[in-house]
Design a binder for this molecule. Structure first.
Ligand code: SAM
Ligand code: DTB
Ligand code: SF4
Length: 369
């Protein structure tokens, strides 16, 4: 019988997070070794298939059109570009490609059809394919599954309470709805969040309650440290201390023993020793490649040296779950319904998001003059 608990409370999780460090590490490492090979770390490569120009107002995100950041926007990549990048990732030891699009939600039509073809292409390279495309309906999730998608990433990002301080263009329940739509398919769920956005330990625990009480729990949970990008509302947030990252990883490992915990954004600010502590505390996945979506990530060769030094081995694809079959577009049993995902319309505004938006307007006006 599985010993996974789905009834974690916020108080219990706060108590774990605040344990003396040595006890926390020992407990997390013990649980980690019961459920995983401690010397194996899964390696994913991110690919921003559509960059910038997003209509949402996520306070951390350099890709939101309303903020004055200096990222270069791009239209949807071609299938052949994606294939070339996936082959590169494979040859550098990645078992998974995670394709990100700066979309609020998936819209049926030629662009989504192109993404489905990217999924088919990468699955045929015998790599795990993940997508993060914003909100999806059940039908869209089924079509992704049929194309051979292995995982769908859709982060809760923070607690329900703090979410309202970061994003005003959609609600927490919209995120949960998409996760639920993915769960109705054969695709695995990847959902985690960001620390360092000014949230409290209670908020971090609140997010872990929301994730750990999902049944089943997400197969993977990315823990990102905020990359504070100039022009975003969170540009002045202080960098996360390594100890906070270690505590967050360890707590995630304890409450979600079977999940792959991914040490995600923010590794450029972490020493090798700091990252090693995170692996000891239960992190068993990373994003590799010199770029995340738009911001820097450690050099691949440096990561491989770190793996060698620590005796870590990259995880082979489909170790945890069998490779999905790919159904060709012409044989699909699903048709595009042209529906939009349901979402709520929060009626609140966030001061710092409004200020960052005004700064962009002023900068655009100044450029015109
Ligand atoms: N647009 C889709 C969405 O929001 O679901 C997919 C792409 S979005 C960039 C994916 C995730 O990247 C976000 O949920 C957030 O957790 C993470 N992210 C974005 N900007 C970040 C930043 N500056 N620092 C850390 N994580 C970030
Ligand atoms: C996740 O949790 N982190 C990744 C992935 N899922 C899509 C994205 C991190 C983005 C960091 C900021 C950037 O590079 O734009
Ligand atoms: Fe858009 Fe996703 Fe960035 Fe939010 S996190 S602004 S939805 S790309």
């Amino acid at each position: 019988m599985s010993n996974i608990r789905h009834n974690w409370t916020k108080e219990e999780i706060i108590a774990i997070y605040n344990k003396p460090m040595m006890e926390l590490l020992y407990e997390a490492a013990t649980i980690h070794r019961l459920h995983h090979d401690p010397n194996t770390v899964q390696v994913s490569t991110l690919l921003s298939i559509k960059t910038g120009g997003c209509p949402e107002d996520c306070g951390y995100c350099p890709q939101a059109a309303r903020y004055h950041t200096d990222i270069e926007g791009n239209d949807l990549m071609s299938v052949s570009q994606v294939k070339a990048q996936a082959l590169r990732a494979k040859s550098s030891g990645s078992s998974r490609v995670c394709m990100g699009a700066a979309w609020r939600n998936v819209k049926d039509g030629p662009e989504f059809d192109q993404v489905l073809e990217m999924v088919r292409t990468i699955n045929k390279l015998d790599m795990e394919v993940c997508c993060t495309l914003g909100m999806v309906t059940e039908n869209q999730a089924q079509r992704l599954a049929e194309a051979g998608l292995y995982a769908y990433n859709h982060n809760l990002d923070s607690s329900e309470e703090y979410y309202k301080e970061v994003i005003s263009t959609r609600g927490y329940e919209d995120r949960l709805e998409t996760i639920d739509n993915v769960r109705k398919t054969n695709v695995t769920v990847c959902s985690g969040g960001i620390i360092g956005m000014g949230e409290s330990v209670e908020d971090r625990a609140g997010m872990l309650v929301a994730l750990a009480t999902l049944n089943p729990q997400p197969e993977s949970v990315p823990i990102n440290a905020l990359v504070a990008v100039d022009g975003t509302p969170l540009e002045n947030e202080k960098p996360v201390e390594i100890w906070e990252m270690i505590r967050m990883v360890a707590t995630t490992r304890i409450v979600m023993p079977e999940t792959q915990v991914r040490l995600s954004a923010g590794r450029t600010n972490m020493s090798r020793e700091g990252q090693a502590m995170c692996f000891f505390a239960g992190a068993n996945s990373i994003f590799a490649g010199d770029k995340l979506l738009t911001t820097p990530n450690p050099d691949v060769n440096e990561d491989m040296k770190m793996f060698e030094m620590l005796g870590l081995n990259p995880q082979k694809p489909f170790t945890k779950k069998v490779q999905p079959k790919t159904v060709e577009a012409k044989d699909s049993q699903y048709e595009a319904l042209g529906e939009k995902p349901k979402w709520s319309r929060p009626d609140h505004k966030i001061d710092r998001n409004e200020e960052a938006k005004e700064k962009k307007k002023a900068a655009v006006l100044e450029k015109k003059q």
